[in-house]
Ligand binder design. Sequence first.
Ligand code: GPV
Length: 829
Amino acid sequence: TSGERTAKAERMFELMDGFLKNDPLSLQKDILNHVEYTVARSRFSFDDFEAYQALSHCIRDRLIERWHDTQLHFKRKDPKRVYFLSLEYLMGRSLSNSIINLGIRDQCADALSQLGFEFEVVAEQEGDAALGNGGLARLSACQMDSLATMDFPAWGYGLRYQYGLFRQVILDGFQHEQPDYWLNFGNPWEIERVHVTYPVKFYGTVEEEILNEEKYQVWIPGEMIEAVAYDNPIPGYGTRNTITLRLWAAKPSNQHDMEAYNTGDYIDAVVNRQRAETISSILYPDDRSHQGKELRLKQQYFFVSASLQDIIRRFKDVHKDLSQFPDKVALQLNDTHPALAIPEVMRVLVDEEHLGWNKAFDITCKIFSFTTHTVQAEALEKIPVDLLGSLLPRHLQIIYDINSYFMEELKKRIGLDYNRLSRMSIVEEGAVKSIRVANLSLFCSHTVNGVSKLHSELLQTRVFKDFYELWPEKFQYKTNGVTQRRWIVVSNPNLCALISKWLGTESWIRDIDLLMGLREYATDISLHQEWQMVRRVNKMRLAEYIEATSGLKVSLDAMFDVQIKRIHEYKRQLLNILGIIHRYDCIKNMAKDDRRKVVPRVCIIGGKAAPGYEMAKKIIKLCHAVAEKINNDSDVGDLLKLVFIPDYNVSVAELVIPGADLSQHISTAGHEASGTGSMKFLMNGCLLLATADGSTVEIIEEIGEDNMFLFGAKVHEVPTLREKGSTIKVPLQFARVVRMVRDGYFGFQDYFKSLCDRVEGNNDYYLLGSDFESYLGAQAAADKAFTDKEKWTRMSILSTAGSGRFSSDRTIQDYAEKTWGIEPCRCPL
Ligand code: GPV
């Protein structure tokens, strides 16, 4: 009876001694217990790494308590849920973040110090979880933090890659890639769910069956692979809510290869079964380029199929009628990578649930929303029809059916405009017949979101113009944001304390609009002093890291000028390096006396190049070649240093961003969909040197152009400049610095030739030459501002004060209201 059950539950809770306690003494006991029983080391001798393991398990235990309560609460309330489907998450480290979100940072630091350990040192033992490439993947991680903090009933779904993004090793200035087997040292942040598994099918054929005089298509798969769930609890800040990031790993299934066993080919069969695991083994390291590889397609369907089985099972636990699905479920597609979810939902509804096609399509269109992260038409994903047809034959049929319906609808709207019909079609005819995944996603989603205001305008007027004209109501945008929990509280504790002190509250950590309150003190001299002090301490930390990784000593009085992001031609790291060469050239050609007037700089560049992206790799090499020359030139000394920070990742960003004075976001206008690095620098009081691209346009609105250094062609000027090509007048200084590289001034003359060719004459697609003069102008303005300490500090405070609009809390609030239609569901304390 239920009475008995309650009594039993109470007895068990008593046995557990209630919830775990968070005072330093209880924490110490728990740490020692985990040292002894989990890590299996003696409590009298364990090192920093073992302390990290033990503390992580203490935190894991506490997360699990909250997570159970949250999941139970969601189950009881049965609210509409959002499911965030993403192939990439860049979570970075979890320990500090979890401790801070649980609100027990001081208690943990005390507990550790009484055991003879230092919190920062212990936290640094953790390796990064790098299951993603760049901005898109880190955005997913920030959004998960906001979803948890704001009490939304949300789940993230993704893949548990065994190898995350490659490690970058630099040898002789060249990038080399090494595998990132991040699971080598265990992962306390995941919970393996051996019983949450689903079969995922591939290959095979489609046959027609007749049931109750109705025809049905039945997919007879040729291979079956099991998906196992690994749950990663995501704690909110200032709430008990702890949500789930569920990542799938591939395991060979029991049914797999039954025949081989019977025919006696035992060894081969086992080896074959192991091959199944390769599906989730490795993250593709190509940021925004799609090569139509079978394994990648398998990964996409694998994670989509397992997630949907899980989502539908959860729905059916409570509801009978699938027509209520859209009232209870919102499915968010992070870019087109998970778009196979669309034909998969159709397949389940039509082939398995036997709903009529129209009814099924109506449900499908009500549940999906889609966010696109690019402006470049050539970066849009395409799946070769042959590949799809062999791997997922039934899905290809469904996509064709959707397309015929789509074409009929279109003809009703636009008549027989065949050019436009073929532009909009989901199926692209041509040398390689393929599926345009963005078109499929657009047609079948109720909403498509851009990631900044400018990006959205470009989608409407260029990339998806044809769609916008017919369905303007589908188009929205949600400017990206980043979480202040990680990007201020975790990564910059000193600034965090300073902000709380001056605002008189810590509430800004949940309620970011309060940051604006700092504007009032932007000219307050005592805030200026404390602000400069905090910034200097952060620069010191960064300087130590630079010395440890590169052996280079840098002066704290120099301006720390940083560009960290994936290496891409459109992001123009090359413009930065050419600017540095110009600065070097000027110093060399100056009279000794004049050198005293030069504002000293430490230029810091970091980022990974996709392994097959030749130009990006040459840019990395050029950076090293230039650094070698400059850093060893005694004429220059502390006036100019160039540092390449190897293996840039989330935890490196946490160290570098708080220590930066100036940061560069200098993409050719119209190419960066949003950009999120800039927001992290802004929050940390770093000034921006930028083009009016992506979300920078909105940063300008928020903090004013006087508080940053802007330059370069505007979006609407770019097409005209490109048409002019080699007839554009390029400044002499530009020709001069390119010539220095060409002439072998930095060595490797032959190797750099193609890089130089890329930016001269008609080839200068990203307009380095035509933007060069104005770039140097912005750099000069930054130098000038830096010599005026009071002005610089004011600008810095106003940057932080104006960064509130760029919190992912605001982004998620907008999504919840305007796209998903979900409400908070807060677990009681
Ligand atoms: I498409 N982005 C990314 O990191 N990888 C991709 O494959 C694609 C886009 C980035 C954009 O380049 C950024 O401008 C944007 O801020 C970020 O996605 C998040 O929206």
